[in-house]
Design a protein around this ligand. Structure first.
Ligand code: GDP
Ligand code: MG
Length: 818
């Protein structure tokens, strides 16, 4: 046998051994010989003969019920060279250094082949049951001997047609599938065993083999039971390849008969008898050298060899791929060669630095592991600033939580003991401050959200490498979390300051501020618009009514009566509307600025329908509105209910000291207003936003004096919550001013909070994270604890290392022969 051939087989067996023992699966798909054939064709017998030992359970029934992967390993014998022929030449020679091992009992060396047979039977039954069932899980057996060739052989259950015992109805199909799986691998050589005493055209083995190897390139035909053929017939035609073409040919063998087995006929004797048989048989005499087990073994070896030579480049390529994959996996666990104590510091430093870098890059959005499923890191922070915080600010309605009554109260309070010329300006200052406070909650929430996001980021900064050291990872996270928490306070209080600063000074000179005049004209034009619409509507209704009247429709009179009744009621219910009007005023500035447009509005309304104006009830909005600005006959006299009637036009009377009634009423506001209010109103007045108004909402004055006065003014009734025309006007004005100013502040907060958060929280943490980690964790005394290795990861890494070592060795082995 060529030395190269032996080398190749050794290589493959080494590889197989290496790969199989280390990985547990044949990931390299190494070449092997697979024995196929129908039940009782003699497959196990052929294998036994090749091994030269009696170790396989055999019989007439179904015996092989699990695949048996048999690895023959040639080991050197001290005295003599390992030699194929030795096994057969000296059958009775004591066979030292010959043993068998099962993969499922790795610790046990079998030296008695009878035990091997029994173990195969027991292991078969253990998995496949006792009653004829088959199982696809293989039994792995290695035979070490100086007398075997390095070969891997697979014995498979035979094909049967009729299910017996525990066999499922589809036993034939199952077996066929199992066999096909083994012989379909291009790395396997198919040993198609057919008995000579059955017509070859019925051979199941050849049928299966042809299916996976149609050109007959890797199929060896084995003809068993040549001794059992009918007298006068022979297998010469088949053996010479004339019946069925196979490139590797047919080899005839004579195995031990059942009788031989039962009689314990020694293997050596049987092999001798076989060779005698062919040498003396008249039909086979001339081809005797190409018949028999010995020749079969040689042929198999040669075939396997050339097959291996063919497959080796593929195997090498596959090996390289596996090596690359394993190397990559190993790299993900980090550099392993830090076992020495002197390296622990640099190891920790390195892991720390990577952690910090990963944190920073996640925050900056430059991380390589960017999720495509959800926003993360920097993008998420950007989203918090722009979408979450931005829309939270946008959604604040600066005046929706201010009821008309709140505003009226503020207006009244802000005037103090003296009437202000321009009440709304004072009230505006009073009211807008608490509104600015509305910006604080979303601003603080913004800080919190960014903080939470940073905490999340620091939890995702680990690597596979770091996961090896769970304690270090936990510590890193802890230190960064502490740092973040530390910064939460300053960021939060700075944001609080931002709001306080805004509240500290209401800059009505801000260029973008609407200003009283503009607000006034805004309100006026709004009102004007509403008035116009209302007039048009009224006119329409009037005409409609008139039309119906003319048509003589029923119920018209009733309609008119109702209208009159309603008007009367309105006058009764709203006596204070008139008195309140008298106690309110506008600053001269506003009068000057807004006068033109207001006058225009009023004149427009007046000229539209002067009669209607006069005939409107006292509570009518348009009417009072006009009275309020320009005075109107009778308007002042209506104040009489609250005190001395003022015959003067409003702008004259309002420039004077507060009237007696006004003083009284203010005092009364403080002392009796609240208890006198209906409970529903009171609740509103006592709600937090009202109390939020602060010191400005307190009444000024001598309470005892006012208390005395309050009895005199009991007829001045504050029960009525409805606003006077002037109050409504002022309320609207205030709302416009608050909105305008609030928008300025909102814009500024929307701009400043993200900047502050970035500076005080995000950027600060980014800047100091590395130093902080080092100062907290880079301590000799902590190294041991921090570098405690996770058991699971450790095992994985070790497995990976071993695997890589195996592949490297395998590559080296292949490198030697290629
Ligand atoms: P398997 O089911 O294909 O594994 O077949 P076995 O190897 O178990 O053999 C089945 C029966 O046929 C056994 O009793 C063997 O002794 C017998 N047998 C196998 N080969 C030969 C042979 O070449 N000559 C004779 N006379 N009997 C054989
Ligand atoms: Mg068998």
């Amino acid at each position: 046998m060529a030395a190269l051939g032996e080398d190749l087989l050794r290589v493959v067996n080494q590889l197989q051994d290496l790969v199989f023992n280390t990985i547990g699966t044949d990931s390299l798909d190494l070449p092997q010989i697979v024995v196929v054939g129908s039940q009782s064709a003699g497959k196990s017998s052929v294998l036994e003969n090749i091994v030269g030992r009696d170790f396989l359970p055999r019989g007439s029934g179904i015996v092989t019920r699990r695949p048996l992967i048999l690895q023959l390993i040639n080991v050197e014998e001290d005295e003599s060279e390992p030699d194929l022929h030795a096994a057969y030449r000296n059958p009775n020679q004591a066979r030292r250094s010959e043993w068998a091992e099962f993969q499922h009992i790795p610790s046990r060396k079998f030296t008695d082949f009878g035990d091997v047979k029994r173990e195969i039977e027991a292991e078969t039954s253990r998995v496949a049951g006792n009653n004829k069932g088959i199982n696809r899980q293989p039994i792995n057996l290695k035979i070490y001997s100086p007398h075997v060739l390095n070969l891997t052989l697979v014995d498979l259950p035979g094909l049967t047609k009729v299910p017996i015992g525990d066999q499922p109805p589809d036993i034939e199909k199952q077996t066929r599938t199992l066999i096909s799986e083994y012989i379909a691998k291009p790395n396997s050589i198919v040993l198609a065993v057919s008995p000579a005493n059955v017509d070859i055209v019925n051979s199941e083995a050849l049928k299966l083999a042809r299916h996976v190897d149609p050109l007959g390139r890797r199929t060896i035909g084995v003809l068993t039971k040549v001794d059992l053929m009918d007298h006068g017939t022979n297998a010469l035609d088949i053996l010479s390849g004339r019946v069925y073409p196979l490139k590797l040919g047919f080899i005839g063998v004579v195995n031990r008969s059942q009788q031989d087995i039962q009689g314990n006929r020694p293997m050596e004797e049987a092999l001798k008898a076989e060779s005698e048989f062919f040498r003396h048989h008249p039909a086979y005499r001339n081809i005797a050298s190409r018949c028999g087990t010995q020749y079969l073994a040689k042929t198999l070896n040669q075939t396997l060899m050339s097959h291996i030579r063919e497959r080796l480049p593929d195997i090498k390529a596959r090996l390289n791929t596996l090596m690359g994959q394993t190397q990559q996996e190993l790299a993900s666990y980090g550099d392993m060669h830090f076992s020495g104590k002197e390296h622990r510091g640099s190891m920790i430093l390195q892991l720390m630095t990577r952690f910090a870098a990963s944190f920073i890059s996640s925050v900056d959005g430059t991380s390589t592991e960017i999720s495509t499923k959800e926003l993360s890191g920097g993008a998420r922070i950007y989203y918090i600033f722009n979408s979450v915080f931005g829309s939270a600010l946008e959604s604040i309605d600066p005046t929706s939580n201010l009821s008309a009554l709140d505003i009226r109260t503020a207006i009244r309070n802000s005037t103090g003991p003296r009437p202000s010329l321009f009440v709304p300006e004072m009230a505006f200052d009073l009211l807008v401050k608490p509104q600015i406070k509305l910006l604080e909650m979303p601003s603080q929430r913004c800080v919190e959200l960014v903080y939470e996001e940073l905490i999340k980021i620091c939890h995702t900064c680990g690597s596979t490498e770091l996961s090896r050291y769970p304690r270090l990872q936990a510590k890193l996270i802890e230190v960064v979390s502490d740092l973040l928490r530390e910064r939460l306070g300053p960021a939060s209080s700075y944001v609080e300051s931002l709001i306080s600063i805004q509240r500290a000074y209401i800059n009505t000179n801000h260029p973008n501020f609407l200003g009283a005049a503009a607000a006034m004209s805004h309100v006026v034009s709004n009102r004007q618009e509403r008035e116009r619409k209302k007039l048009i509507q009224e006119e329409r209704e009037r005409r409609e009514k008139k039309r119906l009247k003319e048509l003589g429709a029923n119920g018209t009179d009733i309609l008119e009566d109702e209208e009159e009744a309603a008007n009367e009621k309105s006058e009764l219910v709203n006596p204070r509307k008139q008195s309140a009007k008298a106690s309110r005023s506008m600053s001269p500035a506003v009068r000057e600025n807004g006068a033109a447009s207001i006058a225009a509005a009023v004149n427009g309304a007046r000229s539209n329908s002067p009669n209607r104006l006069h005939s409107q009830p006292a509570g009518n909005a348009r009417d009072s509105f006009l009275n309020y600005f320009f005075g109107k006959d009778g308007a002042a006299s209506q104040v009489g209910g609250a005190g001395a009637p003022s015959p003067l036009p409003r702008h004259v009377s309002q420039s004077a000291e507060p009237t007696f009634s006004q003083s009284i009423r203010r005092g009364e506001d403080k002392l009796t207003h609240r208890p006198a209010l209906p409970s529903s109103l009171m609740r509103e007045e006592e709600s937090p936003r009202t109390t939020n108004l602060g010191a400005g909402s307190q009444f000024v004055g001598d309470s005892s004096e006012l208390h005395a006065l309050s009895t005199l003014t009991s007829q001045i009734d504050n029960m009525e919550p409805a606003l006077t025309e002037r109050e409504a006007m002022e309320t609207e004005l205030i709302r416009a001013l608050i909105s305008s100013y609030f928008n300025i502040v909102r814009e500024s907060i929307a701009d400043q909070v993200p900047k502050a958060v970035m500076h005080l929280l995000v950027n600060h943490c980014k800047d100091v994270v590395q130093n902080r980690l080092v100062s907290e964790l880079y301590k000799e005394s902590l190294f041991e604890e921090l570098l405690y290795e996770d058991d699971g990861v450790k095992k994985e890494r070790e497995k990976c290392e071993k695997l890589l070592q195996t592949y490297r060795e395998a590559a080296k082995i292949i490198g030697e022969v290629l």
